[in-house]
Design a protein around this ligand. Sequence first.
Ligand code: CP3
Length: 345
Amino acid sequence: MPITNDRFLRACRRESVDCTPVWYLRQAGRYQPEYRAIREKYSLLDICRIPELTTEVTLLAVEQLGVDAAIIFSDIMVPVMGIGVPVYLKENVGPVLDQPLRSEADIAALRSLDPEADVPYVLEATRQLVAALTVPLIGFAGAPFTLASYLVEGGPSREYKHTKALMYSNPRAWHQLMDKLAQLVIAHLRAQVRAGASAVQVFDSWMGALSPDDHREYVLPAMQRIFAETADLGVPRIYFGANTGGLLEQMYSTGAEVIGLDWHIDLDAGWARLPGVAVQGNLDPAALKAPWPELQRRAKAILDRAGGRPGHIFNVGHGITPDVPVDAVVRLTEFVHEYSRRAPV
Ligand code: CP3
């Protein structure tokens, strides 16, 4: 269906909007009883690989929450599995590998992604969603550092010891890994836009583990390449990371149209360091569990810091957790729309 609600895309382009657009990181997931019911019958990977299920779960979030954008239900590891790397998605843990990639030979063996052949279900679901939606669809990919952290650690991590050890001890192999993953990300994003996605988001969830110098040397070149090689797509590109207070200028240097801010920084202070781009954020997802007056106060504070300036997309600073009540998310979406409603221009 045609997009009848384009306030998300308008905000990405920093155009005037009738009210602040809202969507949520991990807006589809276990906090929804309907999602849990589907998960009783199907694995997470089934939902990612069966386009009808992907479409159902993606639409469920949009319809239930009244948000202004859809994000395709998938996982950052899906294209990595698509090139044959044996990753599992372990219940309540996340992506896991029995044999982490640690040697030059492991990295050299990674092949390139051919999205039409390797992840056709993502593209089929994208087409189905574009046909069904009246809000824009966001396609996405994990960024090379965050992907590499799972591949090299073998699972989720706090300290990224093996990842940093590889980076520091064998920079040549590390850069080869970043290059290969950047290529995979570019191919995956380009294919989703060709299939109809209206915007894309790159998730570098764990980039905040790096010092600014390490990020500049070991990660930024791959990120700059991703944004350079997707610029011609003509769709807004959102660059998301967490704990990025020391890295905002580097994120800005990539040319992303929208930068995600998490709750470790005041929205206006972060935005002041990002002239000419749109920002997305930045509610602490834990606030979704607070009593309504508290949640409302926090949402208001974010909107007041944005001050009605064009180019703010309301979101959480990181994903919605399974213990959040659906009603709180619905009520918050309504509140953001109402509180930010502007006189027609
Ligand atoms: O609605 C949406 O946001 C789209 C769905 C989505 C998923 N994963 C589904 C999923 C998106 C955008 C992702 C991206 C993703 N996956 C990221 C980047 C975003 C972020 O949160 O930082 C990362 C780091 C991953 C890796 C990953 N996959 C983790 C850490 C987990 C959670 C482990 C757990 O069980 O808590 C997963 C599994 C996963 N991917 C779930 C969902 C909804 C968990 C729910 C389930 O098992 O059904």
